[in-house]
Design a binder for this molecule. Sequence first.
Ligand SMILES: Nc1nc2c(ncn2[C@@H]2O[C@H](COP(=O)(O)OP(=O)(O)O)[C@@H](O)[C@H]2O)c(=O)[nH]1
Length: 495
Amino acid sequence: MAEQREMKEKNPWHSAVVILITVLGITAIVALVTTAVLQNKPLLQKYKYGIVLDAGSSHTAVYIYEWPAEKENDTGRVHQKHICKVLGPGISSYSHSPELAGESLRTCMKQAERFVPIRRHRETPLYLGATAGMRLLSMENQNVCDQVLGSVEKVLRSTPFSYQGARIISGQEEGAFGWITINYLDDRLKQGSGTTGALDLGGASTQITFATNQEGMGESAENTVTFRLYGNDYILYTHSFLCYGKDQALKKTLAQQAQVGNSSVLDPCFNEGYSVDRNYSSVYSSPCIMAGKPLETGYSFTHIGKGDASQCQQAIRRIFTNPGCNFSRCSFNGVYQPPIQGPFGAFSAFYFVMNFLNLTSDSLEGTREKMERYCSTPWHQIKQQHPGVKEKYLAEYCFSGNYILSLLTDGYKFTSETWSTITFIKKISGSDAGWTLGYMLNLTNMIPAEAPDSPPLPHAGYVTLLLFISLVIFVIFLFSVKSLWPRCTTQTQII
Ligand SMILES: Nc1nc2c(ncn2[C@@H]2O[C@H](COP(=O)(O)OP(=O)(O)O)[C@@H](O)[C@H]2O)c(=O)[nH]1
């Protein structure tokens, strides 16, 4: 103790300076690291919004999307904030009173005004895309189709949002944007990893889309779509089968079993005990059913269920025509299709039906067995087992399940082996699978062709490196001022 006191007395400034420098050094390092950590803390997040109306054949849905204002180019950043299902049928059903098509949208658009903050209303893009129901209406009566679009346009223009147009999208767009949606939500585009094919079943059309190798795609330009996304090139095969959505396929199957004039139709695709009176005109009232359309359809018939899955599939197979294939390979109706490349995500009615029938994780054989069992269950039992389910959907599940089986195997050529590559999905990370998100991402240029620059190090790596270098500098500093360190010696010094 006496020696230490003696030492301080000998060199009083050395130790004070070293302590001061050490404290300052430590404070500087702590400040630097704290700043680096806090710098990355999100500030109060600001969001942007986009609205897309999916005007389908059976109903219209309003999707509201939200994304962080600063980072719209980041993969997977856009998500679905809200969906509003418009009450009533799809807009194509308003051909007798087109002005009501627009009116039907008002309630959901009012809801959208509440979900998007007021200060964002004017800059929020608003799109409407109509699908197969309107494609059919435009084939039937272009004038009425224009009136329906005019009516929805009038209502959408009156909203506070930035209206960008209402149009009928092509089957090719519907397929390709569905593919973009599921791969964007799965975060596969930015990674440039393998992608997932898209299978979409609507009421009036069905789409198949998947990425394929370049070879063979020259065969059919109308089935080819190319994209460059985040620096990766994609060649997609896509086809939309108009009239092969599940509602139109049901009409086709029924029409081909019905003989006008007969007072009843015994239908294997409906459960035994099911019996409903229908008018022939309800079956033939579609441009999808041209062949065999009688001049006089004013008769009614009793639609009686027979409940036989195998016979139902035979009936369904007859709606796929085989006019010959002019390509190296075809799916059905003479349409080119390269070998399927999975995995696949099957959504929309593919999901509704397979989920209801509890068939989302069965093998192909298991699916066939369950369908046999479901279809042979009497109708009164089916109704007892599912009291809360809408009767129209319930009655059609035997047909719909068999149609999906037939479409995927006889149509798209899935086999027992490739069946397991199909996942039946409704949502991915909280957003619905469907064409709308891909459509908005494309129109707002939110997926860049080239990969955006990313920082060379992730933030955690940067902070660690900073801490490490600071410590190294500090230790070097301590050694460099070694000569100033207080020296304690056991020898008594003579001054
Ligand atoms: N079972 C069932 N079917 C549904 C449900 N919602 C819609 N659908 C059916 O799914 C199909 C999808 O229709 P939609 O998207 O309007 O048709 P698109 O215009 O051809 O794309 C139609 O056959 C609808 O009747 C549901 O909740 N359950």
